[in-house]
Design a protein around this ligand. Structure first.
Ligand SMILES: Cc1ncc(COP(=O)(O)O)c(C=O)c1O
Length: 432
């Protein structure tokens, strides 16, 4: 009988790399579409032949090891190609092509996003980033003086600033529940959030993946607990969407906002807003829309003239992700992290702010610290000396380097990073 792995090998054999690199920017997506479906594809996480071909989808600077794909990610060449094409087409006759041809095309993007999230297209608005998506909800929700919003100490600063502005303007109350680092007991965190609820709590706002540590939060449990108590949940999915597979039903949230230029690898300046159908009419859009649109998710897209090419090129990013498969992506991220964490965790000066022993806690992002080092200096040294890009994180509870590889990252890239970090941890390299 043909094994899953044999099936994968057969598909790989049909895709000579030289042919792929010479062919169109879309060649890798076309090849991925010939593979067996994601969940039945066997374990290819460590198969460098497979990922070598996936890497061909990207035209990144290979003189640098980019381990900051969390802030914003490069797009596959096919996405950039579509963006260029749509921009050029628009500019042939903008006043006609932009509104009559380009804008209607975004409906297939909406359908693609809705299908990835397991919701109806009528619940999905296309935005420019997670900030816009989340602020539509945060500013658009009717709250009275004294009403309470519950969030955590590890939520994203801009989103906390948004609530704090409402504290100053509207007199609402913002409460932040501390998140232990690393988080070992998810049920205890859900209990802490539940204990912070009062009769004035109107909404819970929580990140799905903590931007600081990569911690995957027990969002489904939090939303279900809140639902039992009649409280809606806003999930900040800036770092989760397309990083690993999940659907709205698994989260059971009422509101979800994400960027699509992070883990979906969409064009820079793309985001998605989800609102459960029966809640759309409750939320005022950031930019005004007519009363006829009150219950229409598209009221959040009434932002004036903007480049349709950017959101239309999302079609290629969605296709790339669906064809590659989110299970395969998630398995690859965890494998890439295992290459360096297994080496570094043997060194007693190294600690992890993400529980790397439990895949439920962590996927594409890991926060690591080497005792007695300044993460800012270490990050600068890694770039100047080794051309490895990382991001230094400083929080009042912890500090470290956030490591975020991508699907184009190679095994050798992670080994290079491990070598450099080991030299610091064992004292053979000096960073000052
Ligand atoms: C958790 C979280 N929320 C929201 C945002 C805002 O994303 P954007 O700048 O794409 O709007 C970020 C950005 O990194 C984030 O990490």
């Amino acid at each position: 009988m043909t094994s899953r792995r044999d099936l994968m090998r057969t598909a790989l054999a049909a895709a000579p790399i030289t042919m792929l690199s010479a062919a169109s920017a879309r060649a890798v997506t076309s090849w991925l579409q010939t593979l067996p479906p994601d969940k039945t594809a066997g374990n290819v996480a460590a198969d460098e032949d497979f990922w070598r071909t996936v890497q061909e989808a990207f035209a990144v600077d290979r003189t640098v090891v980019n381990l900051n794909n969390g802030g914003v990610s490069p797009s596959p060449r096919a996405v950039q190609d579509a963006l260029r094409r749509f921009t050029e087409e628009t500019n042939r006759l903008p006043a006609k092509i932009l509104w009559q041809e380009m804008e209607p095309k975004q409906e297939s993007v909406r359908q693609g996003l809705a299908s990835l999230f397991g919701v109806a297209p009528t619940e999905v608005a296309i935005t420019r980033n997670a900030s816009e998506s989340l602020q539509n909800i945060q500013f658009g929700m009717t709250l009275q003086k004294g009403d309470e919003v519950l969030t955590t100490t590890h939520d994203y600063p801009r989103m906390l600033t948004t609530w704090e502005q409402r504290v100053r303007r509207d007199g609402i109350v913002l409460k932040k529940v501390p998140v232990p680092t690393p988080l070992k007991d998810a049920a205890a965190l859900v209990r802490s959030i539940e204990e912070a609820i009062t009769s004035r709590t109107k909404v819970i706002h929580v990140s799905h993946v903590v931007f600081l540590t990569g911690q995957i939060m027990p969002v489904g449990e939090i939303c279900r607990m809140a639902r039992r108590r009649g409280i809606p949940c806003i999930v900040d999915g800036a770092h989760s969407f397309a990083q690993f597979p999940f659907t709205r039903d698994e989260l059971d949230c009422d509101f979800f906002g994400t960027s699509l230029h992070k883990w979906l690898c969409g064009p820079i300046g793309t985001g998605m807003l989800y609102i459960r159908k029966d809640r759309i009419a409750d939320i005022w859009p950031l930019m005004a829309a007519p009363a006829t649109m009150d219950a229409d998710i598209k009221k959040f897209e009434e932002i004036g003239t903007h480049p349709a090419a950017i959101h239309n090129a999302l079609g290629e990013a969605i296709d790339f992700n669906v064809s590659l498969g989110l299970d395969r992506k998630a398995a690859r991220y965890r494998y890439l992290h295992s290459i360096w964490t297994e080496r570094l965790q043997r060194n007693e000066r190294v600690s992890f702010m993400t529980d790397i022993t439990n895949p439920a806690n962590q996927c594409a992002l890991v926060l690591v610290h080497i005792k007695d080092t300044d993460p800012g200096k270490l990050s600068t040294w890694l770039y100047d000396k080794h051309r490895i890009l990382t991001v230094a994180i400083a929080h009042e509870d912890f500090k470290g380097l956030r490591i975020a590889p991508s699907v184009y990252t190679t095994r050798r890239d992670m080994e290079r990073f491990a070598d450099a970090m080991e030299s610091v941890a064992n004292g053979t390299a000096k960073i000052d």
